[in-house]
Structures are given as C-alpha cells and as structure tokens.
Design a protein around this ligand. Sequence first.
Ligand code: ADP
Ligand code: MG
Length: 259
Amino acid sequence: PKGVSQEYRSPEAEPSVLHASPVRIDIEQLTLSFGSTEVLKGIDLSIEPGEFFAFLGPSGSGKSTLLRAIAGFGPAHQGRILIDGEDIAGRMPWQRDVGMVFQSYALWPHMSVAKNVAYGLEERRVPRSEIKERVLAALDLVGMADYAQRYPSQLSGGQQQRIALARTLAVEPRVLLLDEPLSNLDAGLRIQMRQELLQLQRRLGITTIFVTHDQEEANTICDRIAVLSNGIIQQIGQPSELYDNPVNEFVARFLGTTN
Ligand code: ADP
Ligand code: MG
C-alpha cells in the first residue's frame, strides 16, 4: 500500500520533553455488535507509524465505535487489533497506552489548567519534578503555557480543547485518538485548529487517528482516509486518490459534497 515507506515526522521538528515512538496499527477482521445489531462488519486496515489517519463517514457509520474499540471501550468484538504487532484486544483501556480526545473537552471545572493536565500523571505516579516539566511541555505544545493557573470556565472553547489535547499528550500515549475534536468550535477557529493539530502531530510524530464526518477537514490534514458507511470500509487512500478514483457511488458522493 501507499505510504508504507513514508517518513511522517517533519525533519525540522524541534525536540520536545514529550516523547512519541511512532507505532503501527493493524486491524484485522474486526466485527462488533450492540445486542443483535452488527455495527462494525469486518474492518481491515493498517496505519503506518507516525501517520495522520482519518475515519471519515456520515453520522452512525461506526467511526466512534471503531475508535472506542481501539481504546478498549465498548463491548467485546471479534477480530484483532495490533499495535506494533502485539494483539491488545485482551487489555484494559489503561494498559493500551492510547490517548483519546473527545468532542466535549471534559475538563475538571474545579481544577486549574495545570492540575487538569497533571491529573493523569499523578494517577500514574510519575515523580513530582517530572510532572511539572511534562505539564509545561504539554501546555507549551498547544500554545497555552501562559494559562496554567487559569480555570476551564475562564477559557474559550478552542482553548479548552487545546488543554484537553495537552492533558492527553502529557501521558505520552503511543497512539492519539481524536473523536471529532473540532466539531464544537466555530468555523473560523475550526480551520485554524486544523493547522495547529497537523503541526503538533508532525512535531511529535505520533500515530494519530482523526474521526470526522467533514470530508474537507479530513482532506486538508490527513495522510490517508478510510471512508466508512454502515460499519463497512468503502475505500482507503490518500485524499487525492479518493477524490480522483472513488471506488463507488457512495464515496464519490460523500467526497463531492461539501457542507
Ligand atoms: P458515528 O461515530 O460514525 O456517528 P457510532 O459509532 O457512534 O457512529 O454508531 C454506529 C452505530 O452504532 C449507530 O447505529 C449507533 O446507533 C450504534 N450505537 C453506538 N453506540 C451504541 C450503544 N452504546 N448502544 C447501542 N447502539 C449503539
Ligand atoms: Mg461519532
């Protein structure tokens, strides 16, 4: 497949205190049901180390369910999920070393920004001196170093989402999972934050899956896209491949429609 030998980390990336060792993800014949309703119907895909990969599809197509299965949330499934060749299906969410950011930022309202970002590190019993350093590095990555002592209610939606991202990156996950992280932001900010997200992803070189129903969003920032409908992957490819050579009517229409 295309992209196999591609180097996704930007060569000019400055080093950060936070480390990412780009991992590969393989999903093999993943099937998942809620009760008697099958919502993922045999998903096969591979994501290269450091790749910025999108799950794109309309509402209800199974994007969040697939992302949550990778994170270890949701009902049991059939099929395998491999990170760097290791099957993680039996592991609890906290043993998988993946970080997830949701559409709703879900920050603790009673904790300062610094405390919010530190929380996951304290839970993992990271030494105090290192926590301080990693919190600052994470806030710096998202351009929020000056906001450490603020409270979530004093921040805009975009700023809160940056903090949610910093909180996730501070624990140095192997994989970054983003479920429609920009959907709650107004249009102008959404476009600005696309670019920020891309720069951040390139700087860290972290393998990233970005879930969206917005084809333009996926096109502008992702290396490759898996188009989903009804729990089935219709096509996987670089944005230009999907655009130039859609395999079916669904892909053609979905990519051709801008909202
Ligand atoms: P998307 O993120 O693409 O909008 P979802 O993964 O949320 O889609 O949902 C895929 C399908 O699974 C939908 O038909 C949805 O109604 C169903 N579904 C999702 N979560 C649950 C749940 N907890 N219980 C029952 N059905 C669910
Ligand atoms: Mg969803």
